[in-house]
Design a binder for this molecule. Structure first.
Ligand SMILES: O=C(O)C(O)[C@@H](O)[C@H](O)[C@H](O)COP(=O)(O)O
Length: 277
C-alpha cells in the first residue's frame, strides 16, 4: 500500500522548519508510547538540517526519550569521517551532539575512509558500493517481523519499518541521492546503492533506493524556496519516478509534502489550502 500525497504549505522556510520539528517531536513521542521506541530516517541538505536545528531549540524536545530513538540516513555524501560536508557531520552539529542518544541506535552511513577507503578498494566507486552493501546488511539486521509486508520485502530486501523517513527535494526533483534518469533511481532489488557521477557534489554518494524508502510508514518531503517550485509542481502533477524521483517517494500510511509558499508557488491551487498568514 502507498499513500497519495498530502500537502501542508507554510508561510516561509523558518515556520516550515519549526512546524515540521513540532510534528516530528509528536510522531516520535507517539511511537515511543505505542511501541517503546521510534525509528526515523534523516535527510541531508539545508531543509533537513533546518528542521533539526529548529528541533534543537524547541522546548518540547525534552518530551522525546532520546535513548529510545533509532536514527538512520536516507543518503550520504561519500567523504571522510568528520568532513563538514557529510550529512552525518551536519546532523550532529544541528542537533545530535546536543541530545542524549544511545550511540548503538545511531546508524550513520559509512565514510570514505576507514574500512571503505580508496587504497583498500581499487577506487572510490568500489568503496561506495561496498559501503552501500554494508549499510544494507545493517538495515536487514535491524528489520523486525512487520517488514514482511513492505515494499522492501516485495523487492526481496529487508529494512526496519521506519516511523518517519524525511527527504529534501532537489531543484531537479531528486530525493536522497536518487537523481532523475540515474541507475540508482531505477534500482528495484537492492535497498542501498553506491551512486557515481551525481550532478550535485560530491559525485560519489550512498543512497537508499525507492523500495527502501517506500517501506517507511510515513515519508515527509521537505521543499522550501523558489528554486523548488518547479520540482514540486512536476513531482505532484503525475510525473514518473524515473524522470522525477520525488514522485516515487511514498509512505505506506502517509506521504506528506511540507512546503513553504515559495516552493508551492507553481502548484495548482486546488492541491492545497492557503499558507497560514
Ligand atoms: O545529501 C544531500 O545533498 C541530500 O540528502 C539531498 O537529497 C538533499 O536533501 C536535497 O538536495 C535537498 O537539499 P536542500 O534542502 O539543501 O535544498
Amino acid at each position: 500500500m502507498s499513500a497519495a500525497p498530502q500537502l501542508v504549505v507554510h508561510r516561509d522556510k523558518e515556520l516550515m522548519a519549526q512546524a515540521a520539528a513540532a510534528r516530528l517531536i509528536t510522531k516520535i513521542v507517539d511511537a515511543q508510547a505505542a511501541r517503546g521506541f521510534a525509528s526515523v530516517v534523516l535527510t541531508g541538505g539545508r531543509n533537513g538540517n533546518g528542521l533539526l536545528a529548529a528541533l534543537s531549540s524547541a522546548p518540547a524536545r525534552d518530551a522525546v526519550d532520546w535513548s529510545r530513538l533509532d536514527l538512520w540516513w536516507g543518503d550520504e555524501r561519500f567523504l571522510p569521517d568528520g568532513d563538514p560536508e557529510r550529512n552525518y557531520t551536519q546532523a550532529r552539529e544541528a542537533l545530535l551532539d546536543s541530545v542524549p542518544l544511545d550511540p548503538a541506535r545511531v546508524h550513520p552511513m559509512p565514510a570514505s575512509d576507514g574500512p571503505y577507503a580508496k587504497g583498500i578498494y581499487p577506487d572510490i566507486a568500489d568503496g561506495a558500493d561496498a559501503a552501500a552493501e554494508a549499510y544494507a546488511a545493517e538495515l536487514a539486521a535491524a528489520a523486525g517481523p512487520e517488514h514482511y509486508q513492505s515494499a522492501a520485502a516485495a523487492a526481496g530486501g529487508s529494512v526496519p519499518t521506519f516511523d518517519v523517513l524525511m527527504l529534501g527535494v532537489g531543484p531537479d526533483t531528486h530525493v536522497a541521492s536518487l537523481f532523475p534518469e540515474s541507475p540508482a533511481v531505477r534500482e528495484t532489488d537492492r535497498m542501498v546503492v553506491g551512486v557515481h557521477g551525481a550532478p550535485k557534489p560530491p559525485p560519489t554518494r550512498v543512497s537508499l533506493t525507492l523500495p527502501a524508502i517506500r517501506s517507511a510508514r510515513e515519508v515527509w518531503l521537505l521543499a522550501a524556496g523558489e528554486d523548488k517550485a518547479n520540482a514540486a509542481a512536476i513531482a505532484l502533477s503525475g510525473a514518473g519516478e524515473i524522470q522525477a524521483p520525488a514522485a516515487g517517494a511514498h509512505g505506506r500510511a502517509r506521504t506528506l509534502w511540507l512546503l513553504d509558499a515559495a516552493a508551492a508557488s507553481q502548484l495548482p491551487r486546488d492541491l492545497y489550502p492557503p499558507a497560514s498568514p
